[in-house]
Design a binder for this molecule. Structure first.
Ligand SMILES: Nc1ccn([C@@H]2O[C@H](COP(=O)(O)OP(=O)(O)OP(=O)(O)O)[C@@H](O)[C@H]2O)c(=O)n1
Ligand SMILES: Nc1nc2c(ncn2[C@@H]2O[C@H](COP(=O)(O)OP(=O)(O)O)[C@@H](O)[C@H]2O)c(=O)[nH]1
Ligand SMILES: [Mg+2]
Length: 194
């Protein structure tokens, strides 16, 4: 089983909060049939289950901080194992959040063949998240937590992009464009694989 995952096509989707990762992943699923695993969604599902672990997670997420590395990684790995036989590839959305998360992922699961860097300006991300917050019901889509998530993104997650750039697998996608144009660039990056 571990070998099967290792051979799977793995794409990391990295970008700030509200940059449009989830939006683009949905479109990739529709066109390429990849399996979309949003680390944030996996964590929110655990919170929704009402488990003790979920309660601990909720408190961390509400503050816009990172949950323990092993927790997210185990969830991603379990979700990958469940889908590996029917999946053409995996979109790992919102992970890695810090270089260490990427290193552990590679030790326990495998190496990514591509990193889609979904790039938008800070003010754009804040605007999109405030709008999303009107309907998302997410405890972290509020002004105070958004600011913390952005700060953490610049501090912890941007170094991830530099880390993988040196390997030549980063494709920077301008996410200020209209959604379909952004997707055009995403599709070009995926078509360039192999
Ligand atoms: N690898 C990850 C992914 C998520 N989180 C936690 O889950 C929260 C929400 O994650 P996510 O949904 O990915 O949020 P954002 O990227 O901030 O927002 P979006 O849904 O807009 O992508 C993060 O703030 C963080 O507390 C984490 O600790 N580690
Ligand atoms: N104008 C515009 N809005 C977008 C674009 N991509 C995403 N959005 C909006 O921005 C918000 C955040 O997008 P989402 O995909 O959840 O971003 P994520 O936080 O990176 O997963 C959503 O309300 C989207 O509708 C884009 O390319 N252009
Ligand atoms: Mg998202």
């Amino acid at each position: 089983m571990a070998d099967k995952i290792k051979d799977a096509k793995i794409i990391f989707v990295v970008g700030g909060p509200g940059s449009g990762k989830g939006t683009q992943c949905e479109k990739v699923v529709a066109k390429y049939g990849y399996t979309h695993l949003s680390s944030g969604d996996l964590l929110r599902a655990e919170v929704a289950s009402g488990s003790e672990r979920g309660k601990t997670l909720q408190a961390i997420m509400q503050k816009g901080e990172l949950v323990p590395l092993d927790t997210v990684l185990d969830m991603i790995k379990d979700a990958m194992i469940a889908k590996v036989d029917v999946s053409k590839g995996f979109l790992i959305d919102g992970y890695p959040r810090e270089v260490k998360q990427g290193e552990e992922f590679e030790k326990k699961i495998g190496a990514p063949c591509l990193l889609l860097y979904i790039d938008a300006k800070g003010e754009t991300m804040v605007k999109r998240l405030m709008k999303r917050g009107e309907t998302s019901g997410r405890a972290d889509d509020n002004e105070e937590t958004i600011k913390k998530r952005l700060d953490l993104y610049y501090k912890a997650t941007e170094p991830v992009i530099a880390f993988y750039s040196s390997r030549g697998i980063v494709r920077k996608i301008d996410s200020e464009l209209p959604v379909d144009e952004v997707f055009g660039h995403v599709a070009k990056a995926i078509d360039g694989l192999k």
